[in-house]
Design a protein around this ligand. Structure first.
Ligand code: GLN
Length: 539
């Protein structure tokens, strides 16, 4: 059993400073030094999980192996650390309150008045320590969502205060991520917002141990000294986090600033073993020095907000590095596609990805795009809804099943080539009721996917309600669209391919959730390779 240490990461001044990337970068450095680390995110909103949130609100919903629908920061944690996260790694206020209210209804509080302190804060502390109590981790990093000073963050900051006190010195520290803005008119960096935000934190009884300062200009010695003086830290505890070209530069930047050293010293842990970041830097080297470029269209209905497809765009970065290719993503709004403009929009692309999604909006544009790439031999990867679209397109235009559809879009369709799974039919609740998490899939040997994975049995993460309707399988197979991946237990079709096409693959699961820097996803690697071949006409 390890004596787990805790690192809390709070945010000040403004949101979107990149707490998740700082937490992931620190974790990476600690992992490289031989410590076992995990990262947890506490989200102060009242939704039970982001599964029911519109992607425009909060970006992508990330899915873990155990089927938790989580904040997209967990994707960064996995991509950096290369170890899976789980339900315990993401907790929301909704979940905390639900647990406390369930206990109250069961009578667990024995007539006591249930209050934010201690009941809500106890539940928060319990959730923080669940990961530590597994005994698997030397260090648990807990990122507190939101900004210090938000009303909804108060119980979390209070729980941090209590935990810091209870766990004692050298066992729990607080890193405060803050903004040091550059005022062009004054020609200087300003420390006041940070001073105020630290004061606010201190009013809640929490003294930061380390300040990480987001900035667009280097922090001078004088600025560091000033920040240290006003914020109750040593000068070495002021860490500069300068804007980077890529998030994957941040571990190196944090190492150069000594963040991992400072943290380990404050936790009374050894700093003897230094991180090497060999494989990481190998990846960075390839990522920054591509030999080729490919142009890939990403068709979705949330493209205005790139965060809605975070794991997909990161997967392209990982797969691009393997192929020494820079993938230029062309974000295409599915609603902007019409029969007349599809050729113009797609003809110069080397590959097209049709993205996951829910509901009817943008469906017809996606179908038109698939017709074009199918007929023009452009490499195609359809993910989840993207795979379902490929099935609908083929049904309509090759099998001549007029108006074939998914029952999600048209519950009365005559040809329901995609339909609700049996176990989904009686479900009314929207939250957490989809087919979620990892499921096995057996691959056909003679297929593009087998060539990509080089193994017969894979397991991938899912998040959907609708499925390929097996009543039509024979018809599809005879016409040339075949199932090259099937769930061995349920016979559900997980992958479809068109062998007559150079590279046309649709997957019911989400490969993007499993791609990491150390393990770029084989399907993305193969897709990028196919796009390069398409560019060079070497199919
Ligand atoms: N809306 C589809 C379904 O529920 C696809 C979901 C997705 O793309 N994640 O089956």
């Amino acid at each position: 059993m390890k004596n787990t240490k805790y690192v809390f990461v709070t945010g000040g001044v403004t949101s979107s400073l990149g707490k998740g990337i700082i937490a992931a970068s620190l974790a990476k450095l600690l992992q490289e030094r031989g410590y076992s680390v995990t990262i947890q995110k506490l989200d102060p909103y009242i939704n039970i999980d982001p599964g029911t949130l519109n992607p425009y609100e909060h970006g992508e919903c990330y899915v873990t192996n155990d089927g938790a629908e989580t904040d997209l920061d967990l994707g960064h944690y996995e991509r950096f650390l290369n170890i899976p996260t789980s339900q315990a790694n993401n907790v929301t206020t909704g979940r905390i309150y639900q647990a406390v209210i369930d206990k109250e209804r069961r009578g667990d509080f024995l007539g006591k008045t249930v209050q934010v302190i201690p009941h809500i804060t106890d539940e928060i502390k319990h959730r923080v320590q669940i990961l530590g109590n597994t005994g698997d981790f030397d260090i648990v990093i807990t990122e507190i969502g939101g900004t210090v000073g938000d009303i909804e963050s108060l119980p979390y900051v209070e729980a941090v205060r209590q935990l810091k006190w209870e766990l004692g010195e050298n066992n729990a520290i607080v890193i405060h991520l803050t903004l040091v803005p550059y005022l062009a008119a004054a020609g200087e960096l300003k420390t006041k917002p940070t001073q105020h935000s630290v004061k606010m934190l201190m009013q809640s009884g929490v003294n930061p141990d380390v300040l990480v300062c987001r900035t667009e200009r280097h922090l001078s010695d004088g600025i560091r000294r000033k920040l240290a003086l006003f914020c109750n830290v040593q000068k070495e505890d002021v860490i500069e986090s300068i804007d980077a070209d890529t998030i994957y530069d941040v571990p190196n930047l944090m190492y150069n600033e000594g963040l991992d050293d400072v943290v380990l010293k404050k936790l009374a842990l050894s700093t003897d073993k230094k991180p090497t970041l060999n494989t990481w830097n190998n990846f960075l080297q390839r990522h920054k020095n591509p030999k080729h470029t490919v142009e890939i269209g990403l068709i979705g209905k949330y493209v205005e907000l790139h965060d809605a497809y975070k794991s997909i765009s990161e997967s392209f970065i990982h797969a691009g590095a393997v192929n020494e290719v820079k993938v230029n993503i062309h974000w295409i709004h599915s609603e902007s596609l019409t029969s007349t403009n599809v050729p113009d929009k797609l003809k110069s692309l080397h590959g097209v990805l049709v993205a996951p999604g829910f509901g009817e909006r943008g469906i017809e544009g996606k179908i038109k795009a698939v017709t074009y790439v199918r007929e023009h031999n452009i490499p195609f990867l359809g993910i989840c809804l993207g795979m379902q679209i490929a099935v609908i397109e083929f049904a309509r235009n090759v099998l001549n099943l007029k108006n074939a559809n998914s029952t999600e879009m048209d519950s009365n369709t005559k040809y329901s080539v995609i339909s609700l799974m049996k176990e989904q039919k009686k479900i009314i609740d929207k939250g957490g009721t989809m087919r979620l998490g990892v499921w096995d899939c057996k691959l056909e040997k003679n297929s593009n996917v087998y060539e990509a994975y080089q193994t017969e049995l894979i397991s991938e993460r899912h998040r959907h309600r609708y499925e390929f309707n097996n009543e039509y399988l024979k018809q599809f197979t005879e016409a040339g669209l075949i199932a090259t991946g099937v769930n061995p237990k349920t016979d559900l079709v997980e992958i479809i391919e068109l062998p007559s096409h150079p590279w046309f693959v649709g997957v019911q699961y989400h490969p993007e959730y499993k791609s990491t820097v150390l393990n770029p996803h084989p399907l993305f690697v193969a897709f990028v390779k196919a796009c390069l071949k398409s560019k060079n006409h070497t199919f």
